[in-house]
Design a protein around this ligand. Structure first.
Ligand SMILES: Cc1cc2nc3c(=O)[nH]c(=O)nc-3n(C[C@H](O)[C@H](O)[C@H](O)COP(=O)(O)OP(=O)(O)OC[C@H]3O[C@@H](n4cnc5c(N)ncnc54)[C@H](O)[C@@H]3O)c2cc1C
Length: 485
């Protein structure tokens, strides 16, 4: 036993692992953090290329400083600095035109009003009211709206098992509203809105707008886990990079430590795994868990993947909207989902662009810019899916060049990240974007617990224990687990 607390081993230094390690070390425990890569951050990291600091993936942080990522940083006295998007960015509907996306509740009304006046967003308010009152009654409707607006935990729990699509249909069948919710579902939880849990989606949406803090860390995505890891080391923690765990040691139903790929055994009072729930089952050995739990874990579904193309541009192109851009061809919400299910591609692709250098210009050499375009895809790493993701990116790239032709002429370098590279980065056999899918049956009370049936073996990260958008769910899980130990 360490003099001031427990001996704890954390497997993996993603946002969840680095976060929980820093929180527990700051509380006086003796923590060893083992990461198989030579850098921290997991999927939320940045790599250097030709003088640019470019994120491995593309990230926006829906609650920024005001969310759990900022909370961990404050608690461990980290150095993370946040930069905010004002407004969040723009959407372009091929058939309806431009719409500005508000980043705060205060600016939502003017921007939505403008979209209504221009006809970009014009649901039939009377029809919507009629259908809402029919389904909820007048008092019920007022009560429901109030509960949504304050993200009432009890209420969200009751709609966790309803899909976002079914929930929205109680208010409206307006096609544009469904398209927008379909897009937000891919942006926030990276699954179709017909699968996404309404409770989870509304939690993410309401917190994003009410916290009014959507942002990005100074220095790039790597600064999040980087800041936690520096605080961890300052407080005396032990970080070993390039150190993969081969086995979680379990005896008499209790976690006793880990064995590394090199064969070294590290004893511990508590083991916390950021390797993902399915990999953790394998690392500890399926036979250490009740058969029911093992089969439950094996049947859990992952989110879809996000496949991206990063461009280092030799100049800044003002026509590409600041911070965030979503292009939407004339497709319905159903068509958005269909392309994933049927494995077929429409000629014209929706795509997202994020521009980290609009937040932090120092991520690129002076006067240059990073533009990252992305598109959702399947997450299983099979030869067909790898081919499919590459084709999706080929078509998305064609769309990017159609909408912003000058990008093509100013590419200094470009690089893709797909399911294959994501799976290699996390050490999982799949290339999903988030972690476990936040679909009906896997959120709220149905979300896997952070505590496992093996005593003193915990899960941390986006697979267990919290709600939210990707990294913020991982950070929420770290805060939760650090409280429980
Ligand atoms: C393209 C893309 C876009 C995204 N966009 C956003 C976004 O805009 N906003 C957002 O909030 N989220 C976004 N996400 C999701 C977000 O990155 C993840 O949900 C989050 O980073 C997951 O964190 P985590 O701590 O659960 O684990 P991970 O990032 O999966 O980290 C796990 C760590 O454990 C290590 N590990 C695994 N096995 C072992 C082992 N045996 N031994 C030692 N170490 C091990 C891995 O190497 C890794 O470093 C995006 C993801 C992708 C891929």
């Amino acid at each position: 036993m360490a003099p001031s607390g427990k001996r704890i081993v954390v497997i993996g230094a993603g946002v969840g692992g680095a976060g929980v390690a820093a929180l527990l070390q700051a509380r006086g425990h003796s923590v060893t953090l083992l990461e198989r890569n030579l850098y921290v951050g997991g999927k939320c990291t940045s790599l250097e290329k030709n003088g640019y600091v470019c994120d491995y993936a593309f990230h926006l942080y829906s609650m920024g400083e005001a969310g759990p990522l900022g909370e961990i940083n404050r608690r461990v006295r980290g150095e993370l600095r946040w930069l905010r998007a004002r407004p969040m960015g723009k959407m372009f509907f091929q058939d309806r035109g431009w719409m500005t996306l508000p980043a705060t509740l205060g600016t939502a009304l003017p921007y939505l009003g403008l979209a209504y006046a221009k006809g970009v967003l014009r649901p039939s308010v009377i029809k919507m009211l009629r259908s809402s009152v029919r389904n909820f009654g007048v008092m019920g409707l007022l009560d429901t709206v109030a509960k949504i607006a304050r993200a009432d935990a009890g209420f969200l729990h009751t709609i966790d098992r309803m899909s976002m699509r079914d929930f929205l249909l109680q208010f409206t069948d307006d096609k544009t509203m469904h398209r927008i919710m379909g897009i937000f579902s891919f942006l926030l939880v990276v699954i179709p809105y017909s699968e996404a849990s309404a409770g989870e989606m509304l939690w993410c949406l309401v917190n994003m707008f009410s916290k009014s803090s959507l942002g990005y860390p100074q220095g790039g995505a790597r600064e999040i886990a980087g800041s936690y890891a520096r605080a961890f080391l300052r407080d005396g923690g032990s970080l070993r990079q390039g150190c993969a765990v081969k086995r979680i040691l379990v005896r008499d139903g209790k976690a006793r430590g880990v064995e590394t790929e090199e064969g070294e055994q590290i004893p511990a009072d508590v083991v916390i795994s950021n390797a993902g729930i399915k990999s953790t089952l394998e690392l500890a050995g399926e036979d250490q868990f009740p058969a029911e739990y093992a089969s439950y874990v094996k049947n859990l579904k992952y989110s879809r993947s996000a496949n991206i193309i990063k461009y280092g541009l030799d100049c800044t192109l003002p026509e590409v909207p600041r911070y965030f851009f979503q292009y939407m061809p004339a497709q319905s919400a159903r068509q958005l989902d269909d392309f994933l299910e049927k494995g077929t591609d429409p000629d014209e692709q929706s795509f997202v662009i994020i521009k980290p250098t609009d937040f932090d210009p120092y991520l690129a050499p002076l006067g240059k810019q990073i533009v990252i375009a992305g598109k959702v895809g399947p997450s299983e790493v099979t030869p067909e899916n790898i081919r499919f993701c590459e084709e999706v990116l080929d078509i998305a790239e064609k769309s990017v060049f159609n909408v912003f032709p000058r990008i093509k002429d100013h590419i200094e370098w470009k690089q893709r990240a797909t399911i294959q590279t994501t799976s290699a980065l996390t050490g999982r056999s799949t290339g999903e974007c988030i972690g476990l899918a936040q679909c009906v049956g896997q959120t709220g009370g149905d979300k896997p617990r952070a505590a496992t049936p093996v005593k003193d073996l915990w899960l941390v990260g986006s697979d267990a224990g919290a709600r939210g958008v990707g990294t913020e769910m991982a950070a929420g899980s770290a805060l939760y687990v650090s409280h429980q130990i």
